[in-house]
Design a protein around this ligand. Structure first.
Ligand code: C2E
Ligand code: CA
Ligand code: CA
Ligand code: CA
Length: 275
């Protein structure tokens, strides 16, 4: 407002105002959607190469905005994270995922993404306990997916939190493995149940020898540490073949199935049996 007659300044300021108000509106819409029950979870199979069956599903949030249409989680999750909305939104996702999974066969589990801010909230443990109690889902059928970024800051607190979640009987997976930094020190500080190899490594399999060497090294390391490995973003049969040859335990991706609405889960369980 100090830019007397400076057109460019006004233009810049107006653009910033517009971006800010768009975000504010999206935030208000998110709050309203949560209140009126307009968020949805879709589920994507986690397929075991050894057992040749679907062992679980990852819950992925979907938002069909009444005006804008589908908003990508890549857009609204970071915004929810910044504004703190991710805490109630994440609690809803936990509750909803556990309720859905309770109706699946006993050998099928559910994986729920936990954002860094949600992980930092002291309310997380209670939210997990409540979701398990309300749904009746056995804790061993719930897996929490966290990313390396939770280790930034207080590592001791993070490790203590991971141990207390584990003590509830739930499983813990490290998501997007290989995209952060100094990953190996985290593996020493906490024994994850599963490492999810990021799709950026999977994409280049069959074309790029170094991607394959990295996958092999991760599978060997994980095996030695007693952790399962799952490769994300598996789109073609070649990827699955290489991953199996390199000792990766599980795969997830469009080759098996895209994420589907809850009512399509029973059908997938009957349909996807071998690869
Ligand atoms: P993510 O946890 O790494 O989830 C995997 C993403 O890869 C999903 O994107 C999934 O639809 C996509 N994907 C699966 N298979 C393939 C494939 O074969 N090829 C390709 N190109 N992509 C594949 P989506 O559903 O758009 O979610 C994006 C991100 O948003 C997730 O990444 C996660 O970080 C976040 N997110 C989604 N739902 C939740 C949630 O309930 N809570 C939190 N905290 N984050 C969530
Ligand atoms: Ca995930
Ligand atoms: Ca991931
Ligand atoms: Ca990701």
């Amino acid at each position: 407002a100090k830019a007397d007659g400076k057109g460019a300044y006004h233009f810049f300021e107006a653009a910033l105002d517009e971006a800010a108000s768009r975000r504010r509106q999206l935030e208000l819409d998110m709050r309203e959607t949560l209140r009126t029950g307009g968020f949805e979870l879709h589920f994507q199979p986690l397929f075991s190469l050894a057992q040749q069956r679907i062992k679980g599903f990852e819950a992925l949030m979907r938002w069909n905005h009444p005006v804008r249409g589908p908003v990508s989680p890549a857009e609204f999750i970071p915004l929810a994270e910044e504004t703190g909305m991710i805490v109630p939104l994440g609690e809803w996702a936990l509750m909803e995922a556990c309720h859905q999974a309770a109706s699946w066969p006993q050998a099928v589990s559910v994986a729920v993404n936990i954002s860094p801010r949600q992980f930092a909230s002291p309310a997380l443990g209670q939210a997990v306990v409540r979701a398990l109690a309300a749904s009746g889902l056995p804790p061993a059928r719930l897996e929490l997916e966290i990313t390396e970024s939770i280790f930034i800051g207080n590592v001791e607190r993070t490790v203590a939190m991971l141990h207390s979640l584990r003590a509830l009987g739930v499983r813990v997976a490290l998501d997007d493995f290989g995209t952060g930094y100094s990953s190996l020190s985290y593996l020493r500080s906490f024994p994850f149940d599963k490492l999810k190899i990021d799709q950026s490594f999977v994409r280049d399999l069959g074309r790029d020898a170094s991607a394959q060497a990295i996958v092999r090294a991760i599978a060997t390391l994980a095996g030695a540490l007693g952790m399962e490995t799952l490769a994300e973003g598996v789109e073609i049969q070649t990827h699955a073949d290489v991953l199996r040859a390199e000792g990766c335990d599980m795969i997830q991706g469009y080759l098996i199935s895209r994420p589907v609405p809850a009512d399509a889960v029973p059908g997938l369980l009957g349909e996807v049996t071998a690869l």
